[in-house]
Every structure is written in C-alpha cells, then in structure tokens.
Design a protein around this ligand. Structure first.
Ligand SMILES: *[C@@H]1O[C@H](CO)[C@@H](O)[C@H](O)[C@H]1NC(C)=O
Ligand SMILES: *[C@@H]1O[C@H](CO)[C@@H](O)[C@H](O)[C@H]1NC(C)=O
Length: 459
C-alpha cells in the first residue's frame, strides 16, 4: 500500500510535466507570451503583437484567431514572430508602443510600428503580416512575374525607371502605405505592350483591368495620389471600407441595395453605378468613389436616417453631409446629372457636423440599442484613451467587461497614455489622429469608427 502510494507520488511530477508539455504544444507553441523583457529582446526580429486586456471581450474573441495566426506563421516558416502582451500588466511598455485600445495589433519592424486595422480574421491578418514584413518595394525581374502579380492583386503600384528623386519619394511613401497595398519596381522592358508611358521615370497603378500613370502636376503629392488610387474604381462597400475611404476625402456614391434581391430595381442601380465609375472616371474619379452596399442597416445608423432600399446616397466624408436624389435614378444620365448637381451645389445637403447634428447623435445613440450598431462594426475594440467619465465610460466598461472582477486598469493606463509619447515612428496620419482624439469624445467600438469616418480629415 505505502509503496504504491509513494510510486504514485513519484510519477505525478512526470505526469504533470507531460501534460504541461502537451498544452504548450497544442495551444501556445506559436504565440509567445511577452513581458517586460520584450523591449530589449525584440530588436533583431520582426514581431506581430496582440496587445490585449484580460477583461476585454473583443480580446477574448480574437484569441483563437490569434493562435491560428501563430500556427500559420510558424508552419509556413515566416520570419515574423507572433506574440501577445497583457497591456494591463505591462502598461508602460504598451503605452510606449502607442496602444490606445484593446485589442491593438501591431507589426514591429526595427524602429517602425505598423498598426493593423483590418478585419480580425486569420487570413487578413496573415496577409497583412507577410506584406508588411517583406520588402517595402518588391522587384519584378520578368514579364512572367509581372503577369503573376497582376493575377494575384486587384490593385498594385509599380515604379518604372532607375534611381531618381521620384524613386526616393516612392520608397518613402511606400514605407508608410505598405499597410494598405503592394509596391513594386521594375524596368520598362517587363511591361506589356499596351502600357505606354509619357515619360520616365513613372509610377503606375494597375487596377480595374487597366492602368493609370501618376502625373505630378495634375495629381499633386504622390502620397495623397496613392492614398486615393489604392481603391478599385467600384467597390463592394462595407463599414470597414467606408471607414478607410474617409482617408481619401472623396465623396462616396453608394447604391444601397439588397444583394440577394434579383428584381430589376436593385440590379439596375448597381449597374448604373458601375457604368458611371468606369465610363466617367476622367470626369469624377478625383472627387468621387463609387460602390454599392448590401442592406441599409449600417447606413441608417451612420446617417441617423431611414433610407429605403434600393436607393442611392452620396456621402461627403469631409463634413458628414450626405445627398439623396430628389427623384428615382433610372439611368446613367440621371446619376450623372445628380452628381453634377452636387458639384454645382444645387443638391440639398442633409446631416453635417454642426452642433445640432452632434446632439442628435447623442440622443440617437442613447435610444438605439448600443449592441446592434456595434455588432456590424469591423473595428470593435475597447477604447480607453481619453475616456470621459460618466455615461460613456460605463458604456465601454459594460461592453468590454466579459467577466467583471472589478478592476479598473483602463483608468490607470489612460493616465500613463496621456504622458507617454510614441516610441515608434508611425507617420503623420497617426499623429494627426491622435491630436484629433484629444479634442473629442472617444466612444467604444463602432461609435469610434463612425465618428472618425468623417472627422479624420477635418483639421
Ligand atoms: C426586391 O425588391 C423589390 C423592390 O424594392 C421589392 O418590392 C421586393 O419585395 C424585393 N424582393 C425580395 C425577395 O425581397
Ligand atoms: C464636402 O465637404 C468639404 C468640407 O466641408 C467642402 O469643402 C466641400 O465643398 C464639400 N463638397 C460638396 C460637394 O459639398
């Protein structure tokens, strides 16, 4: 008896070690838990890090996805290391990296930090990590490579020529905008015959089955040209795309339809938009982006309106105004006329960013069930930066707390946040956004997103 028990006791540490090893292999082998030492140890590697808070429900939702990301990066032999950091335990490091909400996903490469703001799916995150971790400018040595790239990417940029000030500028812009799209360089010989360049060197965007050449005099600054041209001419718009389109400062013309409805009204509206996007590009592409959106729910909560599908709405992303056609749009000519009325200023504008609209927004949000707006939002998160006390922090707290244990780390973190400066260089847009957010209420999740669609470009 006694001997048997002793043997059992001896066995158990081994057993535990085996169990622990098993858990490590299954669960965490590809995602490293990061701590204080990360700041010193990270320098030589490229890291993809999830900064999370244990109490944040959106972080919990990301966790299984994150393990999948770790597994995929590990098994494909990617040089990117995947880690996660409890930003409430290591809040000073997190704030040095500019973490303002949870979860925050960043790719850290030397002195640069790139924020991930896309959909939180494994494929999207892995694609982002591989794109940003790779060379900023990818060389295209042959025509086959060019064709391969053209098949794979719906939009990409290409520099043609040798060393030049334009190339320097291209590299500079690409090192910031690599978070959104792909940049290549090549010599003229690899281009297909249909491409003719007015001069060399040149920057070209390939998209929509054709190509467009950057013209410094007409298009202005290379960076803003790339920011605008990185979208296809016609888009299937969702909340996330709309948020991103806010960067372009363009007017966004959207057919609001039911994608599954095969009746002529829905199909026609979509094809009218496609027609205008394609055949009137020269007239309108500098100030307009075209697309359609499936369903009217998102748009109605954004505009606080009651649009019936199918319809067309044109949003001014700079001042929160929107335009509705005063008569049904039944042909391309109708749509072109509507656009011209908007450009001439004769179309009636709704909404806007005045004080009355802001008050309406607060009342609207209080009335609508908070959940339904946030559920469809692609940038869900627990925001803690500059949270005003009172209703909003209670809202955030309520949404973020998956299991309440009464800790209020976010207050602590936000205090540190406001004093700590960014350790890393994230480009001017980031800084501008940071400044804006000091002057406005920060709402959690969807609300934050809806505000910034319009407010980003204001200052
Ligand atoms: C399709 O749209 C038409 C017109 O808007 C509407 O009358 C019809 O009920 C819709 N059909 C379905 C299946 O939703
Ligand atoms: C969109 O908003 C901006 C900023 O207020 C304004 O300058 C511009 O004229 C507006 N565009 C239209 C077509 O109303």
């Amino acid at each position: 008896m006694a001997e048997g028990r002793r043997r059992e006791r001896r066995r158990s540490p081994l057993l535990w070690a085996a169990v622990a090893a098993f858990i490590l292999v299954v669960d965490a082998s590809f995602v490293e838990d990061l701590d204080d030492s990360f700041k010193e140890n990270r320098k030589d590697d490229i890291w993809l890090v999830d900064f999370y808070a244990p109490w944040c429900g959106h972080c919990k939702k990301l966790e299984p996805v994150w393990n999948e990301v770790g597994k995929e990066m590990g098994s494909t032999g990617s040089p990117v290391k995947v880690g996660k950091m409890d930003a409430t335990s290591y809040s000073s490091i997190a704030s040095e990296f500019g973490v303002r909400g949870y979860p925050t996903i960043k790719l850290l490469k030397g002195d640069l930090a790139y924020n991930y703001r896309g959909p939180r799916t494994k494929d999207d995150i892995v694609e982002f990590a591989n794109r940003v971790a790779g060379p900023i400018i990818r060389p295209l040595p042959s025509q086959q490579m060019f064709e391969h790239v053209q098949k794979r990417h719906r939009v990409f940029f290409l520099y043609i020529g040798g060393e030049s000030p334009l190339k320097e500028k291209y590299i500079e812009v690409a090192s910031e905008l690599i978070v959104y799209t792909y940049f290549f360089s090549a010599s003229e010989e690899i281009l297909p015959e249909y491409v003719t360049l007015p001069e060399m060197p040149a920057v070209i965007v390939f998209k929509d089955g054709t190509y467009f050449v950057y013209d410094e005099y007409e298009d202005g600054d290379l960076s803003s040209w790339i920011s605008k041209e990185r979208f296809q001419g016609y888009l299937n718009v969702d909340g996330f795309t709309l948020y991103e389109l806010g960067d372009t400062g363009k007017l966004v013309a959207i057919a609001i339809i039911d994608d599954k409805n095969t009746s002529v009204e829905h199909i026609r509206l979509k094809s009218i938009m496609q027609d205008v996007a394609k055949n009137y590009r020269d007239h309108f592409h500098r100030s307009f982006q075209f697309g359609h959106m499936d369903g009217n729910e998102y748009m109605n909560s954004l505009l606080m309106d009651d649009l019936k599908i199918p319809t067309i709405v044109v949003l001014n992303t700079s001042n929160q105004q929107y335009f509705l056609p005063h008569k049904p749009i039944e042909s391309t000519e109708d749509m072109v006329q509507f656009i011209n009325e908007i450009l001439e200023g004769t179309a009636e504008a709704h909404g806007g960013d005045g004080i009355l609209q802001r008050i309406k927004r607060i009342i609207y949000d209080a009335k609508s069930t908070v959940g339904s707006v946030f559920k469809s939002s692609p940038l869900l998160g627990c925001f803690l930066f500059g949270l005003p006390l009172g209703v909003i922090s209670i809202m955030c707290y309520g949404i973020c707390m998956a299991d309440s244990d009464g800790r209020l780390d976010e207050v602590d973190a936000s205090k540190k946040e406001s004093t700590g400066r960014e350790l890393t260089d994230e480009g001017t847009e980031e800084e501008q956004e940071e400044e804006n957010s000091e002057n406005r209420l920060e709402f959690p999740g969807g609300e934050e997103e809806q505000k910034t669609i319009f407010e980003k470009k204001k200052d």
